[in-house]
Design a protein around this ligand. Structure first.
Ligand code: OSB
Ligand code: MG
Length: 369
């Protein structure tokens, strides 16, 4: 297949409920959608960079710049046989994983469409539904949080992740654990602690958590290895793992016992597959993280989570947990056993709603060779 044209769309979608983490509060999701055209097909990818450099150093602006000025020119006019070749075109570009992933994933969508198969079939995924949980932000009060957890548990989520930060940790987790003794529960600190906080983190051991996600510095691997020797709860790395090499380094020094794979954070599906396989070889379970995606990015997450070593439930909640009206359809819906169904159509299996896209679009550019 031959890449003829690439379009970038910036959109703004209001979240149904503001999402607060240790790095800040978001009420609207601003993101970039990438459309890659062959003569007769269009592949879609979502760039998960956020408006500010709080989760990672990338932003919507840096991704727009790097896509427009470096990545799209490298892709235009190329003939693709295997989507695993795409990351090689971008090898000279350092960093900017989220920008690279958006373009690479659009080409994966195309590659599956060209073959007339679903992306799940192309990747060799084995599930028709994937187990999911819900990631719950920091709330103004414990009462407000308890109401939100109640709502999600009533909706059928069987696994809950709580965002924590200093002074919003042990007491909050205790309150939730006391009310739901059997709930699958985990926490995510988004790098809000240091090794000086070992005593607080050790207190979390009493709550039978599935994991503690990214407690220390966003680029650290070494201190996490030290911390893991002092905790019973498995550490799961998110921010620190930008590539298959980071995953290998983390496993080699025992920095974590679980890895959260986010396609955007690691630079695309090819890298995500490599990390999946590496972890499987080390018997280290993985799960699919989320970045408040629209149905385009969510579809890729669901597909990725069909691979066998995605053992823990993903941060892949139902579409309605994020947006009243998405830019692609159909919506992902929570089933009675806390799963979502894997799309069966060709490619990523969701279709862009052009009217909705036009209504939320704030910036647009088209490049052709
Ligand atoms: O750290 O996992 C994270 C959202 C935005 C940025 C970082 C994170 C998150 C989430 C939400 O936890 C996951 C989701 O439901 O999409
Ligand atoms: Mg995280």
């Amino acid at each position: 297949m031959h890449i003829k044209r690439v379009e970038l769309y910036q959109i703004e979608l209001p979240l149904v409920h503001p999402f607060e983490t240790s790095f800040g509060r978001e009420s609207t999701r601003t993101c970039i959608l990438v459309a890659v055209h062959t003569d007769d097909l269009i592949g879609w990818g979502e760039c998960v960079a956020m408006s500010g450099p709080w989760y990672s150093s990338e932003t919507v602006e840096t991704a727009w710049h790097v896509l427009s000025d470096f990545l799209v020119p490298l892709a235009l006019g190329q003939t693709v046989d295997e989507p695993t070749d795409v990351s090689g075109w971008f090898a000279r570009v350092r960093g900017h994983q989220m920008a690279r992933a958006a373009l690479e994933n659009a080409i994966w969508d195309l590659a599956a469409q060209v073959r007339g198969v679903s992306l799940t079939q192309l990747l060799g995924g084995t599930r028709t539904e994937v187990p999911v949980g819900v990631s719950i932000g920091i709330e103004p009060t414990v009462d407000a949080l308890m109401n939100i957890v109640t709502q999600y548990v009533d909706e059928g989520y069987q696994r809950v992740k709580l965002k924590i930060k200093p002074a919003w940790d042990v007491a909050v987790v205790r309150a939730v654990r006391e009310r739901w003794p059997d709930l699958l529960l985990q926490v995510d600190a988004n790098s809000a602690y240091t090794l000086d906080d070992v005593a607080i983190l050790r207190e979390l051991d009493q709550f039978g958590l599935l994991l503690i996600e990214q407690p220390l510095h966003h680029d650290d691997i070494v201190d996490h290895a030290t911390l893991q020797t002092q905790l019973q709860t498995p550490i799961c790395l998110d921010e620190s793992i930008h590539s298959p090499d980071h995953a290998r380094w983390a496993l080699e020094i025992g920095a974590c016992r679980i890895i959260n794979i986010k396609v955007g954070r690691v630079g695309g599906l090819s890298a995500a597959l490599q990390i999946h396989d590496l972890c499987a070889a080390h018997q280290v379970p993985v799960w699919c993280g989320g970045m408040l995606e629209t149905n385009i990015g969510r579809a890729v997450n669901v597909v990725l989570a069909t691979l066998p070593n995605f053992i823990l439930p993903g941060d892949i909640s139902a579409s309605a947990r994020y947006y009243q009206q998405d830019v692609a359809e159909p919506d992902f819906v929570l089933s009675a056993n806390s799963t979502v169904a894997v799309p069966q159509g060709t490619g990523i299996g969701v279709t862009v709603d052009r009217e909705r896209l036009a209504a939320v679009q704030t910036r647009y550019v088209s490049f052709s060779k």
